[in-house]
Every structure is written in C-alpha cells, then in structure tokens.
Design a binder for this molecule. Sequence first.
Ligand code: SF4
Length: 229
Amino acid sequence: MIRTMPRWTQASVVDLVNRLESIHGSSIVLHEDPLDELVSCILSQNTTDRNSFPCYVRLRSKYPGWSGLLSLRPEELGQEISQAGMHTQKSRAILGALAKAQASFGKVTLEPLRNWTPEASSEWLGDLVGVGPKTVAIVQLFALGQPAYPVDTHVERVSRRLGLVPPKASLTAIQHRWQKLTPPSLAGRLHLGLIQHGRHVCKARGWTCEGCVLRPVCKEGRRSSASSN
Ligand code: SF4
C-alpha cells in the first residue's frame, strides 16, 4: 500500500535542496554577461553542447561585444552558426535580440536588466522572437542573478517523479509550481541539484530508487518501495 504523500510546501523544498546538495554539492557558476548567456542559450537550442559551443566560441572571438554581428544579414550569420543546426531560426533570434537591446538600451547590452524586477526582465526577454520560457529563465538565473525556474528535460523528469505536479501537467505548470514553492534565494541551488540528480541518479532509463536520498519524499520512490514490500 502507498503511504500518504507529504504535501509540497516551502519547508519541503528547503529539505529537498538540502538532500540534493548532500550528494551533488552546491556550486553555482554565473556568467558575467547576460548577453553572452542569451546568445549561448539560443545556439544550444535543440542540439548538443558539442555542436553549439564551437559556434559560440567562434562568434565570441570574431565579434567581441556582439555589436559587430548587427552588420550581418541573417543568411551570413546563419553560415557562421550552421554547425549548431536550425541556423535560419537561430540567426534571426540572435539578430533580433541584439537589435532590441540596441533599441532599448542605446547599445548592444543586457546589463540594465540586472536592475529591473524579475517580472520586468522576464517580460522583456520573453518578447524576443525565438526565445522561450526556458531560455528566459536561464538568463535570469545564471546571468542576471534573479530567481527563476528553468525546466529542462532533467528537471521535468525529476519533478514528475517526485509528484510535484499531476502526471499530465505542462512544463509551464512545473515552472510555476517551483516558483510558488521555492524561497527565491534557493532558486539556483534547486535548479542545479535537480539537474545533477536527473543526470546521475534519476535517469531517463535504468534508474533505481534504492538508496536515493529523495526516496522518503518522492512519489515514485515511495511507490516502488511499497510495491517491493
Ligand atoms: S526516489 Fe527514484 S524516482 Fe524518486 S528521485 Fe530518487 S531515483 Fe528518482
């Protein structure tokens, strides 16, 4: 028989972060420049770091400060980033973001967003063509130092197995649930812990709940525990 699940609360998220850090540690790497992070994220959409990172490094050294990219047509930038795939969409997204930054802030930078509220910077970034909620949240969390809750494949999988949301909940619902429950100061630590857990323990295939530090608070872990008794 499955024991009653504890209700997810702020206190249980704090406990979850501590459990995650007890095995995965707690280092957070912050990029210094939010525009670097945004361009890197756009390049990495739907591909591997192995394909996107060389494009990022090449662009970064050829066009330091990014403003030089604005002299390129989308097709020209597309050729530069073809290794990252979807180069037509990605070149338009990057050039659109640079042009909007120039128009909004007088130069090609996103630094002013640091002083905006999380809601306002989320809205500014979210209005960019080709930039979805995950990219917005990554830029906020890792470059602007603002609380945000990116949902990638690992965060999605672990969140569902934990029982944070109903089985068919959308990615947006998962993001909103973490946002509602997580103390803002823990947003980055929670995100990194969930990613590490999804990569190394709660994998997509061939995972085992036995010995997992989250088992006492996890819906799937408690289900598997009950069925093996
Ligand atoms: S108990 Fe199992 S399902 Fe839950 S987080 Fe751990 S490995 Fe994943």
